[in-house]
Design a protein around this ligand. Structure first.
Ligand code: SAH
Length: 395
């Protein structure tokens, strides 16, 4: 087995069971491991620390499979991890009235680099690291064995693959995929998901419980859904008897898909309007026109993938939250999110607080929101907590 020996003192994060080793912590490599193959991580004094996948091109040089020196990394190992992840979802009853959920959430389910989402009877797989790529065919076979399904579509087209020196890769991995888009059910509402070309693996499954929450607070309200994508929040607001819903996105395709999802649920089309444009500009325009709403949802794309872009991201978040506070009627509700890994929950709350301050409005937090439970966060991997949200009520 090839080994990666760390510099003195650089074993600390592994002793805390964090699964990443950065290139700067590495003293020397012994052996000739191929990309994604397994090696042992040793402390400077030669003690075993962990068994990991080797990523020769990435700053994250190795990702841990196991901290147990007696555990081999083979098909049985992955069978156990996948079975464990699937049974955790059963425990949570995530699937009640829902047939779309994340089965494997990478590091947080003990399989760094692997994302698997289930959309009805189709699995969509994303392999993001050299390690998950090396084991991809094994993982695909195990997924079919353990779910009893037949179709896996691959969406390994995320930019992070380039950091791993891997080409972008999409297409059927197992079975014959001839049914995109397909229809899923989420909390009893139907959505079509285009898993071959949609964002991420096709749908933002991480917002499931937050959409449900919005459904419960929409009755009789004028709702503005900013960054609506295919209408996850808009459909829920209409299903929750909103008086009106205005769905805004910069993508005409997303808006067309949003209208389809409204129709699919036989919701009152007459209460729904879509508007194509840039949210930053449209919120200003609404302010200048003195328009107002009872409930505003802000679910923007990732402004800061890493902490380095946090400052620029903070300006973006502050801008839209400030404008939203101005557009809310007294007593109105703001449901605001950040999915930026580089902005943690405490910083996000500070940004929203300073937005309210500069808007000259008082508001209080009714609820703190996070990603759905099928996107778990391993306690030793806080980076897994990427989605945070606040429900604020304007005074
Ligand atoms: N709320 C959605 C997910 C939002 S994804 C859901 O529940 O499914 C982010 C969306 O923001 C994408 O659809 C993208 O097209 C859109 N977008 C990105 N930048 C934008 C901008 N400046 N103005 C308007 N929409 C934007």
């Amino acid at each position: 087995m090839p080994t990666l020996t760390l510099k003195p003192g650089r074993e600390k994060s592994l002793l805390r069971r964090h699964p990443w080793i950065f290139s700067g912590a590495v003293d020397r490599l012994d052996g000739d491991p191929g990309s994604g193959t397994t090696l042992d991580l040793l402390s400077a004094d030669g003690q075993f620390l962990a068994r990991a996948a080797y990523s020769p091109s990435s700053q994250i040089r190795a990702r841990v499979w196991t901290f147990d020196p007696s555990e081999p990394v083979d098909a049985d190992f992955f069978r156990k991890r996948i079975r464990n992840a699937i049974s955790a979802r059963d425990t949570w009853h995530v699937a009640q009235a829902t047939d779309a959920l994340r089965l494997i959430h990478a590091e947080s389910d003990g399989i760094p680099g692997l994302i698997v989402d289930r959309y009805a009877d189709t699995l969509v797989l994303q392999s993001l690291t050299a390690g998950s790529e090396y084991w991809k065919e094994t993982l695909a076979s195990l997924l079919l064995e353990l779910t009893g399904l037949q179709d896996i579509y691959e969406r390994s087209d995320a930019d992070v693959r380039e950091l791993e020196g891997l080409p972008l890769c999409t297409g059927p991995l197992r079975g014959s995929i001839n049914h995109s888009p397909l229809t899923i059910t989420e909390n009893n509402l139907k959505f079509t998901v285009n898993f071959t070309t949609g964002h991420k693996t096709g749908f933002y499954l991480d917002q499931r419980q937050n959409r449900r929450l919005v459904r419960g607070m929409s009755d009789g309200r004028d709702v503005l859904d900013c960054f609506c994508y295919t209408g996850g929040f808009s459909v829920n607001a209409l299903a929750g008897a909103a008086k009106s819903v205005l769905s805004v996105d910069s993508s005409a395709d997303a808006l067309a898909h949003c209208r389809e999802n409204v129709a699919l649920n036989s919701l009152p089309v007459s209460r729904h309007t879509t508007l194509e444009g840039d949210v930053f500009q449209l919120l200003r325009k609404f302010r200048d026109e003195a328009r107002s709403f009872d409930l505003i949802i802000l679910d923007p794309p990732k402004f800061a993938p890493t902490a380095a872009q946090a400052e620029k991201a903070a300006r973006g978040y502050k801008d839209i939250n400030l404008l939203a506070f101005k557009l809310l009627r007294p007593g109105g509700i703001l449901v605001t999110f950040s999915c930026s890994g580089g902005v943690d929950a405490a910083l996000f709350q500070k940004i929203v607080a300073s937005a309210a301050l500069d808007a000259g409005v008082g508001a209080r937090i009714l609820e703190h929101l996070e990603q759905a439970p099928d996107h778990p966060v391993a306690l030793q991997f806080p980076e897994g907590a990427y989605l945070k949200g606040l429900v604020c009520q304007k005074n």
